[in-house]
Ligand binder design. Structure first.
Ligand code: HEM
Length: 395
């Protein structure tokens, strides 16, 4: 395709269950990038190959800051907010990342292991006590990830019910992608986080917010509250969606769920493959070229935007043998589920730990778990946020 062709409407709407829209495969097999028109903002180039997606995310010839604003090509209504972690380039981005890095290192998150294990065990106890059927999203995935984020941020126990409620409202607004709903839910949460930051300023604890307020980071209360909001947004829904999608994937591939029960040692490797396989959403941030740059054989001119489709990169046949097969023996799994480059997911080590503990405990505790409805009846979210809305299971 040349840059004079009409842009394709994006996101593609042919994704179904765990099958990615076939247009991605078709586009990967053709040279160059393709022009697409998302529902919001201007047109963009779409990168679909693993090599091109990683090149864009790792290149200093692209800027996130230039993408912030109403013209940002995007698949959800809310544009990137200028000045937030996700919309900063180095060097402005660097001190914010540095302030958080110690908190989310592989070593540091291991401290959270006993607490996460306890939370998982009590959620599984409640599931067992209540008896089948159960909605795995509502009974395990969402309360687990929200509780972990509350622990990290230091949300006091007494505030957690409110926090859960706002998290739920925000989640519903994300599913319906209602801009007004999202803004209202986001504002209430942000007001609460602002109060929490002020509280931690006067009475510091062992939590991330207190850590970020340390004078060495030179962050204002407002900056800390905004960072906490980004962490919440990243940590809650995305991790919950992954856990639900993982269980769906395992239960719809005969023998795989049972295999994890019999071989618990492969859970960490399986989590990597599941991250690759189930990352099907088209919610990506645009990268704007700050100079003319060639990507995958296409000249992207300064000022033009590229959408790096991680979902397609994770299913690229030139990066993964038989990419549409869920293969728990695949190793290493060079997936891009956590992004790449300067905006690589801060919470990667934490979510890996959470997913490994959650999945590992579930397969041990409920070895006979199965879907309570035919797979075709499971409702999936929008093309932007691709995950089961509810996951009815029985045992
Ligand atoms: C399986 C779960 C998760 C997945 C798949 C995931 C994925 C991602 C991806 C793809 C990005 C890059 C976004 C971009 O380039 O625009 C990102 C960034 C981010 N994630 Fe995650 N994430 C997960 C869990 C978490 C958790 C648990 C936290 C917090 C504790 C978190 C916090 C963040 C933050 C703060 C950023 C922004 C980093 C930056 O801009 O420098 N994420 N995540």
């Amino acid at each position: 395709m040349t840059d004079t062709d009409e842009p394709l409407a994006y996101p593609f709407d042919g994704t179904s269950g765990l099958a990615l829209d076939p247009r991605y495969r078709e586009l990967r097999s053709k040279p160059g990038l393709v022009r697409v028109q998302p529902p919001y903002g201007s047109w963009a180039w779409l990168a679909t190959r693993h090599e091109d997606v990683t090149a864009v995310l790792e290149s200093r010839a692209f800027s996130r800051a230039r993408a912030a604003g109403p013209d940002e090509p995007r698949v959800t209504a809310a544009p990137l907010v200028a000045g937030s972690l996700l919309s900063l380039d180095p060097p402005e981005h660097t001190p914010l990342r540095r302030a958080m890095s110690g908190w989310f290192s592989h070593k540091r998150v291991q401290v959270l292991r006993p607490g996460i294990t306890e939370t998982v065990d009590s959620l599984l106890d409640a599931m067992a006590a209540q008896g089948p059927p159960s909605d795995l999203m509502a009974d395990l995935a969402r309360p687990l990830s929200l509780s972990v984020i509350c622990d990290v941020l230091g949300v006091p126990e007494t505030d957690r019910p409110r926090f859960h409620e706002w998290g739920g409202t925000r989640r519903e607004a994300m599913w319906t992608l209602s801009p007004a709903g999202l803004a209202a839910a986001g504002q209430r949460l942000q007001e609460y986080l602002t109060e929490l930051v002020a509280l931690r300023r006067s009475a510091p604890g062992e939590d991330l917010i207190s850590g970020l307020l340390h004078p060495q980071h030179r962050l204002t209360e407002r900056e800390v509250a905004t960072l906490a909001g980004v962490i919440l947004a990243g940590g809650y829904e995305i991790t919950a969606n992954r856990l639900g999608s993982f269980v769906y994937a395992l239960l719809t591939h005969p023998g795989l769920y049972r295999r994890l029960h019999e071989e618990p040692a492969i859970v960490p490797r399986a989590v990597e493959e599941l991250l690759r396989y189930t990352t099907l959403g088209a919610r990506v941030r645009a990268e704007v070229a700050i100079e003319d740059v060639e990507v995958g054989g296409t000249l992207v001119r300064a000022g033009e935007a590229v959408l790096p489709a991680r979902c397609s990169a994770n299913r690229d046949e030139s990066a993964f043998a038989a990419p549409d097969r869920l293969d728990l023996d695949r190793t290493p799994v060079d997936h891009v589920a956590f992004g790449r480059g300067v905006h690589y997911c801060t919470g990667a080590a934490l979510s890996r730990l959470e997913l490994q503990i959650g999945l590992g405990a579930l397969v041990q505790r409920f070895p006979s778990l199965r879907l309570a409805v035919p797979a075709g009846e499971i409702g999936w979210g929008s093309a932007a946020l691709w995950a089961p809305e509810a996951l009815p299971v029985t045992w």
